[in-house]
Design a protein around this ligand. Sequence first.
Ligand code: XMP
Length: 318
Amino acid sequence: TWSMSSFVDTTIEALKEQVGDAKVVLGLSGGIDSTVAAVMLHKAIGKNLHCIFVDNGLLRMGEREEVVGFLAEHFDLNVKMVDASQEFLADLKGVEDPERKRKLIGYKFIEVFDREAKAIEGVKFLGQGTLYPDVIESESFKGPSAVIKSHHNVGGLPEKMNLKLVEPLRELFKDEVRRAAYELGLPEHIIWRQPFPGPGLSIRVIGEVTEERLQILRLADRIVQNEMLASDWYRKVWQGFAVLLPLKTVGVMGDDRTYENVIALRIVDSLDAMTADWSRLPSELLARMSNRIIREVKGVNRVVLDISSKPPSTIEWE
Ligand code: XMP
């Protein structure tokens, strides 16, 4: 019978064969797909794998240290961290349209990644954590989701860079990637990491993205993540996060009137992100998130809960 451990072994052998002693460059996002692809390639070709982690300034609190530090220490991966946050934020200045945000971030990512990859001498391959559903979607191309939101922000990268693709996961579904991750000895916090969109927090700061608004969202989102982890709900839901709305409302603190930002909680159940429903979390847990956000995050005086299903709503607000 087909087993994951033999899949992993066979794939590593095939990667050795395909790549030989050439160099591979791979964009590491910290998500499970690129991480598993990187660890498998590393097992196959060792230091000839060059990982690039681009900090686009749109990451969550502590994310960059977590991803780069962990993989470099525990798996001895060759990871280069590129801080391009100022470039991304400069491009996003004054931009409110969601699709415009996605496109600008996609272009900038390609530019930065291409520049960094060219700085490595003799790279022949581009490694990617493409899964089977991604292969299908790009082959049939115009699925409805392609029109609703342009998800594939790294499309166009291989053509531009003139590299051959190496995609160790292209036969796997998501649950199989998790099993492969387990097989490779990756820790639970990577295996069970919730999906996080390529455009990052930019599509969760509704309206213009500024450093100040990103920081408010980061603090609120950290509370949502912590409370889900502490209550064991993190693994039961598909995805849970905070969204910063582009409006202010009135509140009261002590004897004073406040006029501050609103945070929305978006926490959903789903099997494949094509459909989703809001998670029925215990009201005590929601209360704790709300109280903590309002108490601990300066500039927020109201928290609301998103109770819409997909369709007709989407998971992300933009
Ligand atoms: P929606 O909002 O379309 O999201 O219901 C479905 C899933 O896709 C993620 N998502 C993205 N992922 N780039 C990504 O890599 C994107 O532009 C993007 N937009 C949404 C979203 O987090 C959810 O898991």
